[in-house]
Write a protein that binds this ligand. Sequence first.
Ligand code: PXG
Length: 294
Amino acid sequence: MAEKQWIYIDGSFVDSADAKVSVYDHGLLYGDGIFEGIRAYNGRVFKLDEHMDRLYNAAKAIALDIPLSKEEMGEVVLESCRKNGIADGYIRLVVTRGRGDLGLSPKKCPKPTVFCIAATITLYPAELYEKGLNIMTATQRRNKATIIDPQIKSLNYLNNILARIEADRVGAAEALMLTEDGLVAECTADNIYIVRKGEIWTPPIHLGILEGITRSTVIELAEKNGYTVREKEFTVFNLVTADECFLTGTAAELIAVTEIDGKVIGTGKAGPVTKALLALFQAHTREESSGTKI
Ligand code: PXG
């Protein structure tokens, strides 16, 4: 029998069996809510302030008043780790519009629902970081920023799930999502980069992608270490003919892509820039300054 898991929900910690949301919660009825996926490394919550900023910006964008201050919410994350003995793990923080009636309007939802799950994480097997991922290009396009801005990490992930289903159907590790115009946007849960003649290119935020916390961190680390990073639009042709390609995300950290739609990228193995950046990133996750002590 697994040890008891404590879940924070609406002000208290309860056993996971008792952690329930209402069938009238608009997070469930309409996908009306937001979330964060956060890592803990070595007794510290990685980039907690950055995750809190992104969550509160998303709340603002959907006109959701979170009933806790940023500091209190940060404390919820830290306490969830303490209660569950998590020093290294994955934290899912969710804020929904709350319980309402069967109409769309949030006017009848007086109180947002807040819950936090602090859990362990299943990672890609270590050898994949050397071998790289085999991905596919989804026919499902990334939704446009003018419809629902992908910068809002909302509970409505159907756009990405539809692409993910395409990847699963062909046994690919991830699905590349393009903009409506066919430019490279991002994968279903990761940002994407290519390396060309030593330069790193990654799609700009305005194309309609999530501004990943890992993305900001990797760009900063790369620039600090002398790499040129361009936030630049590029095509599938640029990707297929790149020297290297890699993804970043909270769960995957930084992982090479070595094949797309049956075409080999670069040497077909994780390249030198990808490996160097992964080493820099992993070292950074262990630095005291990159996290908040649990
Ligand atoms: N793009 C999208 C669409 C994402 O959902 C990222 C990029 C990377 O962002 P961060 O901040 O993690 O560097 C994400 C985030 C999971 C899971 O359980 C991960 C995400 C979303 C949903 C679930 O692995 N990724």
